[in-house]
Design a protein around this ligand. Structure first.
Ligand code: URA
Length: 276
């Protein structure tokens, strides 16, 4: 029997009262997550920083501003998605999350994910990617590929903060967010086509007993991986520092050209994640 989903407000109350690890002593407040509770896309970062700890909301600092611009590249705004972190409390001095903190904190993330039930989980950086996919393979290899965690499609991307230190990562981040936008459009189109064909398909399934692909069988199959070809020329790219509305429309028209150059390659499934 499947476990019932816990309402988000209930999970939030549990997080607010959590004192399972010493990070509780140093926090101003917990950072539960924010956004559309029925989002198709759930974005998972690492842990709150100073600004997030003060404001109680994920990605409100410099990396958050850049994340908003990257979402626009995918044709999304912040309110479309749900944004959460692996850890709900700020590690002192923004140090890396420790294994025992991840172990104690991630049951909240797991329940959030089950309740929101997104189509795509976008993992930002190594910590969320390794946790969600239960892998040691790093983000440098996995970014821009579609993976699976149970029923969820997982799309690892570099952490936006990486581009604040290394400008060359911007091209890669923007390409991956453009690919995410394309994957969302393709999947919405496929769902629309499936809906339109529903009566005929239903009759067919009833005749031959066929059923939709299960997460388990998807895990055994080969992953279809959309990997963009390396670097489109930066001179043609919309500048991430332009204002959002211009940036957004530029980004949308830019996407049409870059997406045509995307190639689809097949990679063997690297693992089947078991956290969901
Ligand atoms: N970096 C993260 O991973 N999460 C935040 O909320 C802010 C910065």
């Amino acid at each position: 029997m499947t476990k019932p989903h816990i309402p988000l407000d209930e999970i939030r109350a549990q997080v607010e009262g959590c004192r399972k690890c010493p990070l509780a002593d140093g926090r101003t407040q917990t950072v539960f997550g924010v956004g559309n509770p029925e989002a198709r896309v759930m974005i998972i970062g690492e842990a709150p920083g100073k600004n997030e700890d003060l404001q109680g909301e994920p990605f409100v600092g410099a990396a958050g501003k850049y994340l908003n611009e990257l979402l626009a590249v995918a044709g999304l705004v912040r309110e479309d998605v749900f944004i959460a972190n692996v850890l709900k409390c700020r590690p002192p001095g923004n140090r890396d999350p420790r294994p025992e903190e991840i172990e104690l904190c991630t049951p909240y993330l797991r329940e959030q994910t089950r309740t929101i039930d997104p189509e795509f989980i976008v993992t930002l950086g190594n910590f969320s990617t390794k946790f969600i996919l239960k892998t040691d393979i790093g983000i440098t290899r996995l970014h821009g590929t579609v993976q699976r965690a149970g029923k969820f499609k997982v799309f690892p991307i570099f952490h936006p903060a990486a581009a604040l230190y290394d400008g060359s990562k911007r091209v890669v981040l923007e390409d991956d967010f453009a690919t995410l936008g394309e994957l969302l459009r393709q999947s919405a189109q496929a769902a629309g086509a499936a809906d339109a064909a529903q009566p005929a398909q239903g009759a067919h399934a009833a005749q031959d007993g066929s059923a939709p692909e299960s997460a388990a069988s998807a895990g055994q199959a080969t992953a279809q991986v959309a990997r963009r070809q390396p670097s489109t020329p930066t001179s043609n790219r919309p500048s991430p520092t332009t204002s959002r509305s211009t940036f957004c429309s530029d980004a949308l028209s830019q996407k049409k050209t870059t997406v045509r150059r995307a190639e689809t390659i097949a990679l063997p499934i690297l693992h089947v994640a078991l956290i969901y």
